[in-house]
Design a protein around this ligand. Sequence first.
Ligand SMILES: [Fe+2]
Ligand SMILES: [Fe+2]
Length: 276
Amino acid sequence: MSRIAHISDLHFGREIDQVAEDLLEDLRRLRPDRILISGDLTQRARRREFAQAGDYLERLPAPTVVVPGNHDVPLYNLWQRFALPLARYKHRIDGDLTPIAEDDETAVMGINTARSLTLKSGRISYWQMARIRQYFCGVDDRKFKILVTHHPFLAPTADDQGVGRYRRTLAVIKPCNLDLLLAGHFHMSFSTGVHDVYLAQAPSILILQAGTAISDRTRGEPNAYNLLEVAKGRVELEVRVHRQDGFAAQRRRVFTKEAGRWVSPGSAASEEPIPD
Ligand SMILES: [Fe+2]
Ligand SMILES: [Fe+2]
């Protein structure tokens, strides 16, 4: 089994210092094998915010895979936004917009879904679809395969939209046996609604989302991140939320893959809340 921390939407510029320190403390204690970061590292893509984010990432206690989010593209500086949309991200965070990390048990790829032309909702390009397929179809199916994006394939509520071309992407990557899609953007933790809708549509891939890990831009939920234990055919999810004295487990859910479909005992009701 591999232990993976999935954190998202750090939004440096709107970070809460104490929560940021508490997250580092929690991750040091739990010692994940890898930390996956699904975008929106900054609030306004300012140089200072990227410097803070870069310094923070260097303090994380495990290797990372990072993708940018829509907030990492400059909004008001039109030259930056259209000519060099991710120059600051590439300079301080990662020059590779299609990062890959692989070990004996897991294969992870991140792709950039942030676009200069759309303020909020992102998109997957045809080139990216081909790249995802080329990589994951070449990986041994005994490895647990994870794709990280900022914009999720399915939105948490009916009023929101999933990433552009998600249906097409799912069709293109179908032969590659992906196990898990991780995303952020909506600042809402794992949503049973998303999962249950998705179960009906394409049950072979599990979708999980993380809340905002350390920023004050919470959306009706506390700061949170996902701690995952993954092995082929099994995912144990623990949503860890911030409380007064640091991060702690709020709820857990186990998924198993049976006959090519992810199943979880019951649905929302089976999520095991952990008392305060
Ligand atoms: Fe965000
Ligand atoms: Fe976002």
